[in-house]
Design a protein around this ligand. Structure first.
Ligand code: THU
Length: 160
């Protein structure tokens, strides 16, 4: 038996103002999407903005349902829309922001496991890394250069 040590590298920005200008612009689109989320059950609003290599920006927000599992996260709403509308485009970057109506979210909020798996599918498909920036409502912003930093042992089509 031997142990396997898996490491991930993430970059941390002190706050929104420290982000490069083009990332700030994308994050602002995520804020707008987030504030339009339909989240009457959790009061937790999430926004995602996706920059494609054709320069288009696609946004998404979480969409909840009285039958809770029927709702969908912001990241998957956005990435599935991008795949449906621009099937040939590659995803360069995603900006994510989450905000609670019950408390102030000051720590970076990463995408959930199911969203990581969904993003992984597109990273594998396009054979190019997807850069992901995520934050709460305010505070630090984390950058992941690739989805693999967030989900090292991805399940992909190579196993099928
Ligand atoms: N949510 C997202 O939109 N993205 C995530 O990565 C985590 C959770 C949504 C789902 C649900 O509407 C609410 O946040 C609370 O879990």
């Amino acid at each position: 038996m031997k142990s396997l040590i898996i490491t991930s590298t993430l970059d941390v920005y002190e706050n929104f103002d420290e982000l490069p200008n083009d990332v700030q612009q994308l994050m602002e689109r995520a804020f707008e999407a987030r504030d339009q989320a339909y989240a009457p059950y959790s009061n937790f609003k999430v926004g995602a903005a996706i920059l494609l290599d054709n320069e288009e920006v696609v946004i998404g927000s979480n969409q909840e349902n009285a039958s809770y599992p029927s709702g969908l996260c912001a990241e998957r709403t956005a990435i599935f829309y991008a795949g449906a509308k621009y099937p040939e485009a590659k995803i360069r970057r995603m900006a994510l922001s989450a905000r609670s109506l019950n408390h102030r979210t000051v720590t970076p909020i990463p995408p959930c496991g199911a969203c990581r798996q969904s993003i992984a599918e597109y990273e594998v498909k396009q054979e190019q890394p997807i850069e992901i920036f995520f934050m709460g409502e305010t505070g630090k912003v984390v950058r992941s250069g690739s989805l693999k930093e967030l989900l090292p042992l991805i399940f992909d089509n190579s196993y099928l």
